[in-house]
Design a binder for this molecule. Structure first.
Ligand code: HEM
Length: 425
């Protein structure tokens, strides 16, 4: 590793736009690792290599990032190695999710995000309630509908030889699948995306708060409607749900409906955009999967590993010392999955895309208790997509000439990505 690489991450001495750094944080550990956090766009074929230097033996094993991440209002300690990240996800005595992704606070709301913002033992009760909708067996039942949505959309452009895979396809189909699952009307599609963009991607706190108010007012009306007219959708199941014989409270119902809305909307969309960027840049990978579809399941796992969109945060419950650093109760810790998914100690040749990689235990869908509830749904959507794509469009595709191929290596990802292919007889 070159010293120059470490110089990309300078000590922060005067972060005017950051909240105050707690006194117990050594000043030399307050580092600007925005590049490694995946919030700065780049145009590399392997966009996540920018985070490699934070695993250098000369780089501190744990450092402090002073700016808020993911809607929070505080800085956080950061760990970057696979082993350390696993500890954060799995040590429930030390780390809590209370207050994680609590965007609703911006609108003065106090209900928790369920299940993400809930610790043991209540977390288990909520997962038990929701899990039946997200098991592999439930996905088997849902798959024909997913296939119909994806296949129908591909057929609309297959003969045209061109599609904006990010904006016109990736952005749209996972939302259609999700609206269908929850029982939201399709007519809400554009409005949902606008609110979601406002909450997750707009830098202005006022825009975020406005979007949170808009969606919560809508969701409360939706819940009331499902209570009035129950049906067989997940939205109705939650609105009329009970756990251990006790009906869910209004806070529990909105907490679950809201968080599913937030978690299920654009994660798959960003994954699709980055997946097709790679496929379009590497035609030999297309050819490999096209000619051997038995690779699809493991290839999806490798796409997920090489595109970690979310760096999770956790709140520290007790004072403790880690890698020689004193960490206090109430501090926050962020895991850089943007780095951990490429840790050489866990993954051989981590930047080599291996569609058949064995034992691919990455953190893109998190780990421990809060492992993504929608993991099987996301995987199923991506598998069906590759299967239907290579059947319906058996031609090599590439990125349209002149296209901006920059990507933000996180949820922000790619807005537009036109790809083209030639029709062959
Ligand atoms: C490729 C797509 C997806 C990715 C990359 C992803 C990623 C994640 C991550 C990293 C977490 C943990 C967050 C944390 O630790 O702070 C999570 C949790 C969660 N995700 Fe996903 N997700 C995806 C798709 C979905 C979908 C489609 C849904 C729902 C329809 C969903 C619903 C949830 C829920 C409810 C949780 C909270 C689980 C819990 O706290 O027990 N996700 N997801």
């Amino acid at each position: 590793m070159l010293k120059a690489d470490l110089a990309q991450f300078p000590v922060v001495t005067d972060a005017k736009d950051a909240p105050p750094v707690p006194d117990h944080v050594p000043p030399e550990l307050v580092l600007d690792t925005r590049i490694a956090a995946g919030i700065v766009a780049n145009d590399l074929a392997e966009p996540y290599t920018v985070a490699d230097a934070v695993r250098d033996p000369e780089f501190p094993r744990i450092h402090y990032y002073p700016w808020p991440i993911s809607g929070n209002r505080h800085g956080a300690w950061v760990v970057t190695r696979y082993e350390d990240i696993r500890r954060v996800y799995e040590d429930n005595d030390l780390f809590s999710t209370e207050g994680v992704a609590q965007f609703q606070m911006l609108a003065g709301e106090t209900f928790p995000s369920i299940p993400l913002g809930i610790d043991l033992p209540d977390h288990g009760r909520y997962r038990k309630f929701l899990n039946p909708w997200f098991t592999p067996v439930a996905m088997n039942e849902r798959e024909p509908r997913i296939r119909e949505i994806i296949g129908g959309m591909i057929d609309e452009f297959a003969d045209k030889g061109e599609v904006d895979i990010a904006y016109d396809f990736g952005r749209v189909f996972p939302v259609r699948v999700f609206l269908d699952l929850m029982g939201f009307p399709m007519s809400m599609f554009e409005q949902f995306l606008e609110w979601e963009w406002g909450i997750l991607h707009d830098p202005s706190i006022e825009t975020k708060a406005e979007a949170v108010r808009g969606i919560l007012a809508y969701l409360r009306g939706f819940i009331a409607e499902k209570q009035e007219n129950p049906d067989d959708t997940l939205g109705s199941y939650i609105a009329n749900g009970s756990i251990d014989g006790k009906p869910l409270t209004a806070d529990e119902v909105i907490g679950m409906t809201w968080f599913l809305w937030l978690g299920g909307l654009d994660t798959v969309a960003s994954t699709v955009s980055q997946m097709f960027r790679r496929l379009a840049m590497f035609p030999e990978l297309q050819a490999q999967i096209r000619s051997d579809k038995s690779l699809i399941n493991s290839a999806v796992e490798e796409f997920l590993r090489t595109q970690p969109l979310v760096n999770s945060g956790r709140k520290v419950k007790h004072d403790f010392e880690w890698h020689g650093v004193k960490i206090k109760a109430g501090d926050w810790v962020t895991v850089y999955n943007t780095s951990g998914n490429f840790d050489e100690a866990q993954f051989a040749c981590p930047h080599q895309f291996d569609p058949a990689r064995p034992n691919n235990r990455h953190f893109t869908l998190a780990g421990g208790l809060h492992l993504c509830l929608g993991a099987h749904l996301a995987r199923r959507e991506l598998r069906v997509l590759l299967d239907e794509w290579f059947t319906r469009i058996p031609h090599e595709f590439r990125i349209k000439e002149g296209t901006d191929t920059t990507v933000v290596p996180s949820l922000l990802s790619i807005r537009n990505l036109p790809i083209v292919w030639e029709q062959k007889a």
